[in-house]
Design a protein. Structure first.
Length: 68
């Protein structure tokens, strides 16, 4: 298993970069899952949310963690 991490400020482009990387990695034969941490209430797979963008870009699994 290979692990790649990405971190940055809100609005810095993490999701934009990830949604561009996912199709490329999947096209190269990788099976990709993502983990998203949030400090807010969780709304999973709702259009406009990062988890939705991850799935739409091809992530096999998307996990969202929140203290709430």
């Amino acid at each position: 298993m290979k692990v790649f991490g990405m971190a940055g400020w809100s609005g810095s482009g993490k999701t934009t970069l990830l949604t561009r990387l996912l199709p490329e990695l999947i096209g190269r034969g990788y099976r990709v899952s993502t983990i998203k941490h949030t400090h807010h209430n969780v709304e999973v797979d709702k259009p406009g949310k990062d988890s939705y963008a991850h799935r739409k870009a091809g992530a096999t699994e998307v996990m969202v963690g929140s203290p709430q």
